[in-house]
Design a protein around this ligand. Structure first.
Ligand code: 6PG
Length: 244
């Protein structure tokens, strides 16, 4: 993966501001072209600051009613659970902006995982009006990076890494909560834009192994994120970039 798409940020606040500006640029570009902007949001803690920033009065030129929210992954917990990615986005962003409820498509973490994965796949297929075998093209997918090189809920050694047909997979991980739902690689790699948000010293090895590794021997799921036709950027802070 080339280095040129790695944008170094001083710290998390600067990373969050760059992410907000890029989100707004892409949203307005997409709404101008297609009258909508379809985004899949990342979970975890890194994007919290960014989501909160987007909700501040400083950013007024966001066409919220034309933005459609999906998630890159979810934990299999109820939507009001402290570990829920939906809850995190609701608290940091959705509860503070005027977006129609029908624009928000959360993964149903409270359901049986395989059922929730099938339900979300059908939600995506209906929204994008896909025929069987077709993949959605999200305007933007936001992703994080785990210290082990996972992204979304695609973990090292997971069978989901070999999924070529389904849009959404139910996976089991060693990190609590163990059951998760994730967009699959064919979906992620079909996006028009991807922004990775990576902050913290604990991500430095995984980031180096993802953006600099030469051979394919390393089992780093984030390295499998290779856009078919689109633009991918890494927003990283100095701590995460210390080994680059
Ligand atoms: C999740 C995320 C996951 C996350 C990374 C980084 O559900 O936790 O989708 O892939 O992005 O684990 O998490 P942090 O941002 O908390 O470091």
């Amino acid at each position: 993966m080339k280095h040129s798409n790695v944008l170094l940020c001083r710290d998390l606040p600067e990373l969050s501001r760059k992410a907000a500006n890029e989100f707004i640029r892409l949203a307005n570009q997409s709404v101008k072209a297609n009258d909508r902007f379809i985004v899949a949001l990342s979970g975890g803690s890194t994007p919290k600051n960014f989501y909160s920033l987007l909700a501040t009065p400083e950013f007024t030129e966001i066409p919220w009613p034309k933005i459609y929210f999906f998630w890159s992954d979810e934990r299999c917990v109820p939507p009001d659970h402290p570990e829920s990615n939906y809850r995190m986005v609701r608290e940091t962003l959705l509860s503070k902006i005027k977006v129609p409820e029908q624009n928000v498509h959360r993964m149903k973490g409270e359901d049986r995982p395989e059922l929730a994965a099938m339900t979300y796949q059908r939600t995506i297929q209906e929204f994008f009006r896909l025929a069987e075998g077709e993949f959605p093209r999200f305007d933007l997918i936001l992703l994080g990076l785990g210290a082990d090189g996972h992204t979304a809920s695609l973990f090292p050694g997971s069978p989901a890494l070999r999924e070529t047909q389904r849009l959404v997979a139910a996976v089991v991980t060693d990190f609590p909560p163990p059951n998760r739902l994730t967009l699959t690689l064919p979906v992620i790699n079909n996006a028009a834009h991807i922004i990775f948000l990576v902050a913290g010293s604990d991500k430095a090895s995984a980031l180096r192994d993802t953006v600099r590794a030469k051979n394919d021997a390393i089992d780093v799921p984030a390295r499998l994120i290779q856009l078919r036709e689109g633009n991918l950027i890494w927003l990283v802070d100095q701590s995460a970039a210390r080994l680059l």
